[in-house]
Ligand binder design. Structure first.
Ligand SMILES: *[C@@H]1O[C@H](CO)[C@@H](O)[C@H](O)[C@H]1NC(C)=O
Ligand SMILES: *[C@@H]1O[C@H](CO)[C@@H](O)[C@H](O)[C@H]1NC(C)=O
Ligand SMILES: *[C@@H]1O[C@H](CO)[C@@H](O)[C@H](O)[C@H]1NC(C)=O
Ligand SMILES: *[C@@H]1O[C@H](CO)[C@@H](O)[C@H](O)[C@H]1NC(C)=O
Length: 310
């Protein structure tokens, strides 16, 4: 295990966060119509005829299902249906933490297997938290879980009571209809599902991993060409993320190095933030600069005093 990760989630601060957060949680799993089970059946999930006959999906008319208000740094992180205005920077951490808590409570509660991926996994590796410059949260699920989400849980709204009554949020699990098509298709639907904060529009991107190549049974991939050996992922490791129980791939370092290079695990200055090993936190350069200024001012004051009493 990454010792830093362990320290981070064993500290009392983490436990306090976890306890201070809500546990009253309800959901309205709509148990949508279960389409004919494909698991175990010898069907080609990407066969256009099968997709058309079973789900009414015409692969030549693939359209982008999830919409965002824009594709810049700010607007790309919201789901258009629920977006009103960008969440202020100061509220980011709390809103994202609640999204994560509700997601893992829901998935853990329904025994739906899921694990951290991409930048979210990297944030976990450093200190068990989302990196402060990151507005993206990414998780992965197996194809089997993805189809369970589609068949049994699509459209579920989970209400999550927080200790702050003004911050009671609802979360929507929305499964992309094109999640049924397991190859990349036109590349418009690489995100298979979302867990959306209905108050802000911020979300978790969920992607499914499928065996994409019949010749490589030990390799799973997502629709965005990230491939993994099954032995890199399983058995999943139990850990904590932002104070809640979460899982990570078995060989998480290999997975991270493969995606981001080894530098991502050693570089301590990134995106205008510096890693403080004592605090185990990424501190923004603005904050560090402000601290330095304060120190300088204090020294100046001290100097003045020295001269006065010389
Ligand atoms: C959430 O809080 C509200 C107001 O306190 C309460 O009426 C509601 O029953 C709570 N929901 C759950 C699921 O606990
Ligand atoms: C799928 O869409 C194409 C292009 O619009 C159309 O020509 C074709 O007839 C459609 N297939 C079905 C089964 O509706
Ligand atoms: C999930 O529900 C939405 C809203 O009803 C629907 O548009 C979408 O096609 C559904 N997804 C799947 C995989 O059935
Ligand atoms: C880390 O933060 C502590 C507390 O603010 C500070 O005293 C220390 O100098 C910082 N370390 C580095 C390497 O910046």
């Amino acid at each position: 295990m990454n010792p830093r990760g362990l320290l981070a989630f064993a500290s009392t601060a983490w436990i306090a966060t976890a306890l201070a957060l809500p546990n009253h949680f309800s959901d309205t799993a709509s148990k949508a119509k279960i389409h004919g089970s494909v698991l175990g059946a010898a069907v080609d999930l990407n066969d256009p005829l099968y997709l058309w006959n079973t789900y009414g999906l015409n692969t030549t008319e693939e359209y982008k299902y999830f919409q965002e208000p824009g594709n810049d740094e700010i607007n790309a992180h919201y789901d258009s249906r629920f977006f009103k205005e960008p969440v202020p920077k100061e509220q980011r951490s709390q809103v994202l933490t609640h999204i994560i808590h509700s997601y893992f409570e829901f998935f853990n509660g329904h025994k739906l297997e899921t694990w951290l991926a991409h930048g979210t996994l990297l944030g976990w590796w450093w200190n068990g938290r989302i990196m402060p410059w990151d507005w993206d949260i990414d998780t992965q699920v197996s194809e089997a879980t993805l189809f369970r989400l589609a068949n049994e849980f699509n459209g579920t709204v989970a209400e999550f009571n927080t200790t702050n009554p003004d911050a009671q949020h609802s979360y929507l699990l929305d499964v992309n209809p094109w999640a049924r098509q397991r190859d990349r298709g036109k590349g418009l639907n690489i995100i298979d599902a979302r867990w959306i904060d209905m108050q802000t529009g911020l979300y978790i991107d969920i992607t499914g991993l499928s065996q994409l190549n019949k010749e490589k049974p030990n390799e799973w991939g997502c629709k965005n060409n990230h491939n993994y050996l099954l032995s890199d992922i399983y058995p999943l490791r139990g850990s904590f993320f932002e104070g809640v129980a979460a899982k990570v791939p078995y060989r998480y370092e290999e997975v991270l190095i493969d995606e981001y290079s080894r530098k991502a695990l050693t570089e301590t200055h990134y995106n205008h933030h510096t890693w403080n090993a004592t605090l185990e936190e990424w501190i923004s350069d603005e904050v560090i600069e402000a601290e330095k200024e304060k120190e300088k001012d204090k020294e100046k004051e001290a100097d003045k005093d020295d001269r006065q009493y010389e």
